[in-house]
Design a protein around this ligand. Structure first.
Ligand code: SF4
Ligand code: SF4
Length: 597
């Protein structure tokens, strides 16, 4: 029985290992210190599992810690049962066996809680079908703990004790044969997956065109980390319930993406197009908000698959029409709206901005597409300039900027991204820029993280962070009643950059009492603009608009003023406000501060 169980386990594992081994190699262990720390926090301490769902997470942690604690016990019993060496009567084993008792009680309590939740409570993220396999596995674990606890009650050598021992051992053998084909394989894989997960959220290594890399077209193009991810998914649905597209009723479900990957890999359909595996339509619904990847407790990375597949589609000319128009704008005019640079020049002149000179200026203010061309956002930049001048910060701007390339990168047009990025890097290097200040969180991510992959490193700071530090000694000049506001965290500021306290500190210091909306701080609900969806025709999409869902969440706080800190969140949410004909007031963070300085 032991041999049969091990053989069944090994055969299934070998199939999966083989699929990982033949995939293009994408494993990396860079930044090992960070990875080890995250491993200790997320795997050993189960922090990510507990954080979002504390009760369920603690129940799971009990089962996990018990699983680890029982490892030596199980091994010793097997060595004895197989007649290899009997250590079960040694003093240390007796002490170890007793020490396991609290673990067994905790595991039993935890697994019964999880069993009831799966079988009867059925939260939405777990899907509509009751998984028989999960019920069987939960009953197996409960049986293991009960049979272990019974060893203290049953007299050695009696028939009851033999039956109890055999039950325990047979359940372990059945468990071993079952797990590789089930979601419980995460027991084995998730520590490895967490260790191999990129330290950077939404990490998208550059394509090497000289090596004719074009992105992911078919199943066999999926990288080794994505293949490993597919077999690690525990189907908890945390990615699903945090996905704004799924939340707004779109077809995209990040959990389904991972399970479809698994199914395609095991079916051996290496040449199947990923656009068919997932459906092209679904691939274009992702805002790249990063919630799925950030919430996944087992280290799965969705964005390399989603954006990698977009890259494959774009390389074959299969991007949606609205992106074709945006790419055209980027190609002709280097900005997303295709506007003439004379408009940017007019703004630069009217705002009295100097061209950056490394000998004269401390920082470069990066305007971005919105700052260069969007009249509404330019008001917010004027507020920023007023604050900087009041505090005697010496700043300048580039005489010409291209789009940072984020909309091309996140929609899979890598060629266009690299053209824009290389041009900007050249200009930034030529100007001798050491520190960049920007009000666009997408610029922070792209220039700070993606440009680094070309070997260009520069300090880039979001204005909320810079101004918070600059005005640490200042407070509201206005007297009188404090105002109740709500703050919408942009995904690329709160989740990607982890900057959640600075905007709040500024608001509080300048007279605001903040009421938090649902989904806030480092897990905000997206405004719906990211991943090129700013340009999509929202009327054509199924479900609600993501921006409408977010606007309702903000409205539900009861605050009449919504403060934003990203030009694209501002555009999307104002659009939602107009559709709702609500009288909510939107204020950009810089304007809010400047008006009270
Ligand atoms: S990145 Fe955001 S929108 Fe895209 S699948 Fe993940 S959670 Fe959904
Ligand atoms: S991908 Fe991660 S978060 Fe989503 S269902 Fe699988 S394990 Fe859960």
């Amino acid at each position: 029985m032991f041999v049969a169980s091990v053989a069944a386990f090994a055969a299934q594992v070998a199939r999966r290992v083989q699929l990982i081994a033949v995939a293009p190699q994408t494993f990396s262990l860079d930044n090992l210190g960070f990875r080890i720390t995250r491993f200790l926090v997320d795997v050993v301490l189960q922090a990510r599992t507990i954080r979002e769902r504390p009760i369920t997470g603690i129940a799971h942690a009990f089962v996990f810690w018990g699983f680890v604690a029982f490892g030596g016990y199980t091994l010793t019993e097997f060595l004895s049962g197989l007649g290899i060496v009997d250590l079960t009567h040694t003093a240390w084993f007796t002490a170890y066996r007793v020490a396991l008792m609290p673990f067994a009680v905790a595991v039993l309590g935890g697994i019964l809680f999880l069993l009831i939740r799966r079988a009867f409570v059925r939260p939405v993220g777990l899907g509509t079908k009751v998984s028989i396999e999960s019920i069987v596995i939960a009953l197996f674990i409960a049986t293991l703990m009960i049979t272990y606890l019974l060893t203290f009650r049953l007299e050695e050598g009696t028939m009851a004790e033999r039956v109890n021992w055999w039950t325990h051992m047979l359940v372990i053998l059945a468990f071993m044969a079952l797990i590789p084909a089930s979601k419980h394989f995460h027991l084995v894989l998730s520590p490895i997956t967490v260790l191999l997960k990129s330290p950077e959220l939404g990490n998208l290594p550059n394509l090497d065109f000289e090596k004719e890399q074009v992105g992911l077209e078919t199943v066999k193009d999926l990288g080794s980390k994505s293949v490993l991810d597919a077999f690690t998914c525990v189907e908890c649905g945390r990615c699903q319930v945090n996905c704004p597209a799924w939340g707004a009723g779109k077809e995209l479900n990040p959990k389904t993406i991972i399970l479809q990957t698994q199914e395609a890999l095991l079916a051996g359909v290496g040449d199947r197009k990923l656009g068919e595996v997932y459906s092209e339509k679904v691939l274009w619904q992702c805002t790249t908000c990063g919630a799925c990847e950030n919430q996944c407790p087992v280290g799965i990375e969705h964005l390399p698959v989603l954006i990698g597949s977009r890259r494959g589609l774009v390389s074959n000319g299969d991007a949606p029409d609205y992106l074709g128009a945006m790419y055209n704008n980027l190609e002709r005019r280097s900005n997303i709206w295709g506007l003439g640079y004379d408009q940017r020049t007019k703004f630069v002149q009217s705002a009295g901005l100097e061209t950056f000179d490394a000998t004269k200026h401390d920082v470069l203010v990066w305007l971005g597409c919105a700052g260069s061309f969007d009249a509404d956002f330019q008001k917010s930049l004027r507020s920023l300039f007023a604050i900087l001048r009041a505090k005697e910060v010496r700043f300048g701007v580039l005489s010409k900027e291209r789009c940072n390339g984020d909309p091309a990168k996140r929609t899979g047009n890598e060629y266009m991204f690299q053209e824009l990025a290389n041009g900007n890097i050249e200009d930034l290097k030529a100007a001798g820029v050491k520190k960049i200040l920007t009000s666009c969180p997408h610029c922070v991510k792209t220039i700070g993280n993606d440009y680094r992959k070309f070997g260009y490193e520069v300090e880039i700071v979001h204005t909320s962070v810079y101004v918070e530090e600059l005005l640490r000694q200042s407070s509201a000049a206005l007297s009188g009643a404090r105002e109740t506001v709500t703050f919408h965290d942009p995904c690329y500021l709160g989740r990607y950059a982890g900057k959640v306290d600075e905007p709040r500190n500024l608001l509080t210091r300048f007279g605001a009492d903040i009421v938090e909306p649902e989904r806030n701080r480092d897990n905000p609900y997206c405004c719906g603009a990211g991943g090129g969806l700013l340009f999509a025709d929202k009327e054509e999409e199924p479900g609600s608009r993501i921006s409408d869902v977010r606007f309702k969440q903000l409205q539900a706080t009861g605050a009449n003023t919504v403060v934003t800190a990203c030009p694209f969140c501002s555009i999307m949410l104002k659009g939602a406000q107009a559709s709702a004909q609500a009288d909510t007031q939107f204020v950009d963070l810089m304007t809010y501060v400047k008006d009270r300085l």
